[in-house]
Design a protein around this ligand. Structure first.
Ligand SMILES: *Cc1c(COP(=O)(O)O)cnc(C)c1O
Length: 393
């Protein structure tokens, strides 16, 4: 062969590197094109779609490594990745539902889950019924002949309603209906969704698994291989993909998730119990507090609690805004699950298009981060004492 021209030399990558490299962190595999050795391999590449390499969209070793690790944590056979937690929720909807189907969604579900049903699923002819989160076995009376899916979320966003997931699963399965859960709050470490019979376990990896407020990603774990194949095919048809660099970031986060969760749990519980004793606080919604209406379910089904809970202050919305503005260690922002403590405020939305604050005209949600809980209590105490006189009923 003639010597290569420089135009070719710059394109070709045939440099051999020394063998024997080993490190604790996996290399990140980036790639859109996947190479095949023979024409026959190329023509037959479809056979590798679910378990091998066909095209970047269908996965690289980095995607398989993260999906495999998440499946192991969930006690699941399979895991599909999605570009955000909401995209993972929609992936389940898009996979299971069609224009003849009916889906049940808890009334106090994560706001964007409600909007996904109201504004997007509806456009494709899917019918949604929002049901009371405490329905339990009573979900049976809401199941219709064309019901295909029941969503659960426990605790539900903002109002922190606990759901009797095993009772809902039993009632749904008896009628041939599948059950999905948004398990973002507890993570598989604190609630074993598949072990409780749920068919689709969704997590916003954006929160505790990534853990550093720097990545958006979601996952869906299942045991049924046919269901996994439908999820992966649907994701491929939507052209959905996550970046291998983001997968690597989630992998790093997962390594410390168990110890982070322990600290989030202990600090949040200490702070929630303290808040409950303050006269300016009307109520604290945290499932691990004995005062929570869903405490018995939490104790029966969960192995721990995370750092997210809600409270309602005495007085109205202006007082609550004063309180948030007076905080300094707690920064204001949505999303959660990272190192930093966060506060957010939500108004009641009786029409239910967005977020639902339940029966309250405002609700404050706290995410307790990894700072010293004593410093966080000082911050909260200062903000409570700065409330305008007469704000407390
Ligand atoms: C944040 C969140 C999601 C969505 O995750 P994104 O990655 O932000 O889309 C879903 N469910 C719950 C309960 C959440 O808190």
């Amino acid at each position: 062969m003639n010597p290569l021209h420089t135009e070719t030399q710059v394109v070709v990558d045939d440099i051999a590197v020394p063998d024997g490299f080993a490190a604790l962190v996996r290399p990140t595999h980036r790639g859109s094109t996947i190479l095949f050795k023979t024409a026959a391999d190329f023509l037959g590449r479809g056979a590798a779609f679910y378990t091998g390499y066909t095209y970047g969209l269908a996965g690289t070793p980095t995607h398989y490594a993260l999906a495999g690790k998440l499946a192991a944590l969930e006690g699941a056979r399979h895991c599909a990745l999605a570009p955000s937690g909401l995209a993972a929720i929609h992936l389940v909807n898009q996979t299971v539902l069609d224009r003849h189907s009916h889906v049940l969604v808890p009334d106090t579900a994560y706001g964007p889950t409600r909007r996904n049903a109201l504004e997007l699923l509806q456009r494709f002819g899917v019918e949604t019924t929002f049901y009371p989160p405490d329905a339990g076995a009573g979900i049976a009376s809401l199941i219709r002949p064309h019901t295909r899916l029941v969503w659960t979320e426990s605790p539900c966003s903002l109002t922190m309603d606990m759901q009797d997931v095993p009772a809902i699963v039993a009632a749904a399965h008896e009628r041939g209906v599948q059950v999905a859960i948004d398990n973002t709050w507890a993570t598989p470490l604190y609630f074993d969704a598949l072990g409780h019979g749920v068919d689709f376990s969704v997590q916003a990896l954006t929160k505790y698994p990534a853990g550093h407020s720097n990545v958006l990603m979601g996952s869906v774990c299942v045991n049924d291989t046919a269901a996994f194949q439908r999820l992966k095919t649907t994701s491929d048809l939507m052209g959905s993909n996550v970046s291998p660099d983001d997968c690597a970031a989630v992998m790093l986060g997962l390594g410390t998730m168990a110890i982070r969760l322990e600290r989030h749990c202990a600090s949040a519980l200490k702070i929630a119990a303290w808040l409950e004793r303050q006269p300016q606080v009307r109520c604290v919604m945290h499932p691990a507090l004995p005062s929570h209406p869903g405490h018995a379910i939490w104790k029966r089904d969960f192995r721990g609690a995370s750092g997210l809970f809600s409270l309602v202050l005495e007085g109205g919305l202006p007082q609550a805004c004063h309180f948030l503005d007076a905080l300094s260690l707690f920064q204001l922002g949505a999303s959660w699950g990272g190192l930093h403590s966060l506060a957010a405020i939500y108004r009641a939305d009786p029409l239910g298009g967005g977020v639902a604050a339940g029966p309250h005209d405002h609700l404050v949600r706290l995410h307790v981060g990894l700072e010293s809980p004593d410093d966080l209590i000082d911050d909260l105490a200062r903000a409570l004492s700065a409330l305008p006189a007469g704000a407390c009923a």
